[in-house]
Design a protein. Sequence first.
Length: 552
Amino acid sequence: MMPLLCNPQHQSSHCPQPTHAVNVHESPPPDSSLDTGRLNRSLFRNAQNFQTGDWHVTTVHTSRSIDGWEVLQKHTAPNALHDSSARFDAPKCDEDTRIEVTDEIMGFIKDRDHPQRLLCMTGAAGSGKSALQQTIAERCAKGNILGAAYFISVADAKRNTASTIVPTIAYQLGLHHPTLQRFVAAEVEHDPLIFSRSLITQMDVLVVRPFKNLRRSNECDTSTFPYVILIDGLDECQGEPSTTTDLGRVKMKYKAEDRQTEFLAAIRNSLLNSDLPFRVFIASRPELPIRTALGPTGSLHGLAYEIQLSDQYDATEDMRRYLRRRFQDIGLRIGQPDWFTEGNIETLVQAGSGQFVYVATVFKYVSERRASPVHTLKTVLNWTPGQATRPFEALDMLYTNILSNAKEAYEAVDAHKLHSLPDEWEDMSVSEQHLITAIPQLYCLVDAVAIDEIVDFTHKGGWQKIDMVLSKPLGFGIIFKNSWAYAANWIDNLDESADDSKKRRPEVAAIMSKYLEKWKHVFNERFPEAKEYHFDTDLTSSGLDDESSDSD
């Protein structure tokens, strides 16, 4: 609030000019003790023989046009935080596993005198990079040295582009000290379009400059400031979506690689070229952008400490520990501690060929409570191929069989009997028939790991084929033997799976939820006698009444 004192008869030439700068502040709250009488006394305290005549005080209330911190928050990705609710129960290393590599990573992070301030860990899909990053993030948070973390996921549209990375980092850093928060907010207020500028400019303006201002302010001992910045899944960073052009798959890939390269350049030019205390840890598949940057002629060559996860560390012993511990937990649950053998574990570990994702998916599948783990484990063991020279064959076979084989607990029909039933079933191929009983177990894969192929499978029409059967007049009753109790239970279980999937694969969950709405509507019509079990549906808002809205 700023007082303006003017004589209404002589505004142009007789307005008193302050001898010092007058700051314009936000309006005080209604109960403020600031009043015009106090202003008059303070402004004319030493005046003598001074007459105010017609002078009066006009109070002008001003306010900032934007709140920089609030604007910053709107450009962040909350789902990308290491402790985000969207990443509830995120994979992390089991106790007594990955000890060597975690020790090496933490050793680098804690060695403040190490000449390199960037750690790049590369590894193939399924090698456990994200679990390691989560473990490191939690350890750093516990030790009060975690400055910021960003977990990229191609499956989550809220955290799969580069546009939110720098603002999210700046937001987390600002939370550690109110003065830094004010400096970041001031930069946004000065340039509200900062979020549309290059990543290098964003890093300079939102991270480097505010931190240097914090250091100069002497309001914080920056040597004790949380200094670790973690970025997981750089290879999953996509090109920014375009509303004006329809880019092909190849062009989108190039666009994604350009953004990944730009982000690495921002790290190089902003964080590594400054005297800031930050240590940056990036995990990625060894895709072109990071390979090029780390190569002999790359921008990060010699500047980064490298860990090649798949080559430097043998995960087989950790995979054995993981399965043994998880299987022992299942044994306690079912009251059969000897339900598996060490030979079973060894077979699965060898089939995994060092890919942690294989044993993680096996455990998810075998631990399903609605089926016998003994029976399911025997089934999985029969799927293991013998060629060790093809490390991903076992993983491919595991996914294929999970998707095409239904668990007995969910089998709603006898496929052999159904061949004599009406055309709705006969029109389907054998693989399509399997889909009917395979749907409820999709979440085994969804919860285990983010796999692009599952989304591709979903978008190739599998859901529409199932919908074709269930939505026809006789289809729903045929599949569920005209049993409303079984049908309601089936829908409830699938609905629960869709909710679980939201945390890991939102696009799969969205499609599941979409068709569930229609099937609930069909249930209500097919079983009118079970009114107390009818489902609430919202076909209008979901667009299910318009066939053109179906995903493909």
